[in-house]
Design a binder for this molecule. Sequence first.
Ligand SMILES: [Ca+2]
Length: 166
Amino acid sequence: MVLFIFLLTLGVGSVLSQCPEDFERHGTNCYKPMFIRTNWIEALRYCRTIGAYLITIKSADEQRSVEGIIARYHGSFDIPRFWIAGGDMFSENEYHWYMEAGNSEMITGYTNYDTNQPDNYRGHEHCLSIEFNGHTARWNDKNCNEVKYFLCQAKMETPSTVIGKK
Ligand SMILES: [Ca+2]
């Protein structure tokens, strides 16, 4: 009986596990393109206000997912440049991902920098962006005050958080 309930819970859980409303699922990630342009810190804040975070790209799979979304909406972005959650504003050339408030981690794994980037051009580039060229969206450090589009990312809602909402 206990095993039966356990299996039932797992079954219900996998059905309920889903992305937040308005987010599209790619693997275990949830993404939402934002059709507004802001500076980097406002993009970071905006995603947090909707319970998400500015996108991180931690694997080639995630890079492909993000490129796929951007490619699909390509015509909707007059300037297809987007902020991602990486920055080295606190220590030059030590890039971190800034996700939830108070939660950051050093970028030590996957990267996809454009040729000769990051270059900290004129000493004023501390926020990471991706620039879509029609096929790929490689990374470049840019001035954090520039305005760019962005995407928010959210975690899939696990069975326990879904049940917890009832
Ligand atoms: Ca640069």
